[in-house]
Design a protein. Structure first.
Length: 118
C-alpha cells in the first residue's frame, strides 16, 4: 500500500527541495544595494504626488469582489453545460436552481446600486 504513495511523496519532496533551494540561492546570490529610490512606491512611471495611503471608495472593492464571485460561479457552469445531454432530471433541476440563485443575486446587487460608478 505504501509503495503506491511513494512516487507522490518523492514528487512532493523534490518540489519542496527545489522551492526552498531557489529561495535560498536567490537570498545568497542577489545583490543588496537598497536606496530610497528603489524603496519608493511605483506608480506607472510617475513620481509620487500624493501619499500612498490615500483613501478611496469602497465601491472599487465591492465591484471587484462581485466580479470574482460571479466569474467563479459561472466557471461552475462549464462542466454542467458540457454534461448537459447526459444529465437526468435532478441534474437539470439543480443547475436551473443554481442559475436562478445566481440571477437573483445579480438583480439584488443591481437594485442595491453596487454596480454603479458614481
Amino acid at each position: 500500500m505504501s509503495q503506491n504513495y511513494l512516487p507522490v511523496l518523492v514528487f512532493i519532496g523534490v518540489g519542496i527541495f527545489f522551492g526552498v533551494m531557489s529561495v535560498a540561492m536567490a537570498a545568497l546570490v542577489s545583490p543588496r544595494k537598497p536606496t530610497d529610490r528603489k524603496g519608493a512606491a511605483y506608480e506607472c512611471g510617475f513620481h509620487n504626488i500624493t501619499p500612498s495611503h490615500n483613501k478611496f471608495s469602497i465601491r472599487f472593492n465591492v465591484v471587484a469582489i462581485l466580479f470574482i464571485i460571479f466569474d467563479v460561479e459561472l466557471a461552475f457552469l462549464i462542466p454542467w453545460a458540457v454534461a448537459f445531454d447526459d444529465l437526468a432530471t435532478p441534474g437539470i433541476i439543480g443547475g436551473a436552481i443554481f442559475l436562478l440563485l445566481l440571477f437573483v443575486g445579480f438583480i439584488y446587487e443591481w437594485k442595491k446600486g453596487a454596480l454603479e460608478w458614481q
